[in-house]
Design a protein around this ligand. Structure first.
Ligand SMILES: [Zn+2]
Length: 274
């Protein structure tokens, strides 16, 4: 009799323990669903990728994509420090204010070949991001709509053949958003930072974020960039500040959106502002 009651106690205790374990597993699962994204998990899951083995070697050269950006006769309207000999503005891309790579994001960037000149060229070019980068950006933010990237800004020059004069045949590949210098720039959609540097002529301090489905957003002319390559960012997170580095006459954000790797008018995807 005494033995049977002890057995019942043991069964009851172990049942309670099992229920407790099940609850804690459920709670842990909930916590994981809400946990911030983790660069270390991506590093462990994805194979290493050598970007240099997959892009044309001449992309690495200093001179590539340093194409003329503005006719000489428009020089007078640019800031004095940007006037250059030869008629084109080539020396106004700085100052380079980008974060020093560190921690898990830096390790992930090295692992996946993010943060290099070639990375930006590939994503901004016609082929779009490599498959391994698409995989890395999967499940980060499923909503394809874009949050307006400068909360305090307003629309300037639009997308398309909107310029006159010598540049009338050159498409403006993004939306200009005017704002005061130093205004916050937020990630238009959650994603993986692919590039955060100063190496693409005309763009100044440039941030490129990869999103699910091969989409990407680019943020040019930044005064400074606050996110580093390999970093996972959430929609609405402050990632840079408005400036006039690169080809810009006044502080503004030049904002580009690529859908499945193709350059599109960002206004087609922007959410209504609150
Ligand atoms: Zn622009």
């Amino acid at each position: 009799m005494r033995y049977a009651s002890r057995a019942r106690r043991v069964v009851a205790t172990s049942t309670l323990a099992a229920v407790g374990l099940a609850i804690s597993v459920l709670v842990a699962r909930d916590v994981r669903a809400d946990a911030p994204p983790d660069e270390s998990a991506l590093l462990a899951r994805l194979p290493a990728f050598d970007v240099h083995a997959h892009v044309p070697p001449f992309w690495s050269s200093e001179g590539f994509w340093h194409r003329p950006l503005e006719p000489a006769r428009q020089r007078a309207r640019m800031p004095r420090r940007c006037r250059t000999t030869g008629g084109y503005r080539e020396h106004c891309s700085g100052p380079r204010l980008v974060p020093e790579p560190s921690g898990a994001p830096a390790a992930l960037a090295r692992h996946l070949g993010l943060g290099t000149h070639e990375t930006a060229m590939q994503i901004l070019g016609p082929s779009g991001p490599f498959e391994i980068w698409r995989e890395a950006a999967r499940d980060l933010d499923a909503d394809p709509h874009l949050t307006y990237p400068v909360p305090s800004g307003h629309d300037g020059r639009g997308f398309g053949y909107v310029r006159g004069g010598a540049l009338r045949h050159v498409r403006h590949d993004g939306l200009d958003i005017q704002a005061t210098r130093g205004s916050e720039i937020v990630a238009a959609r959650g994603g993986l930072v692919a590039y955060a540097d100063n190496g693409i002529s005309g763009m100044g301090n440039l941030l490129v974020i990869l999103h699910e489905g091969g989409d990407s957003t680019a943020y040019a002319h930044c005064e400074r960039i606050l996110a580093q390559p390999g970093q996972l960012v959430r929609r609405g997170e402050v990632v840079a500040r408005v400036g006039d580095t690169g080809f810009a006459r006044a502080p503004h954000l030049h904002f580009e959106w690529r859908e499945h790797g193709r350059n599109r008018d960002p206004r087609r995807a922007l959410l209504p502002r609150r």
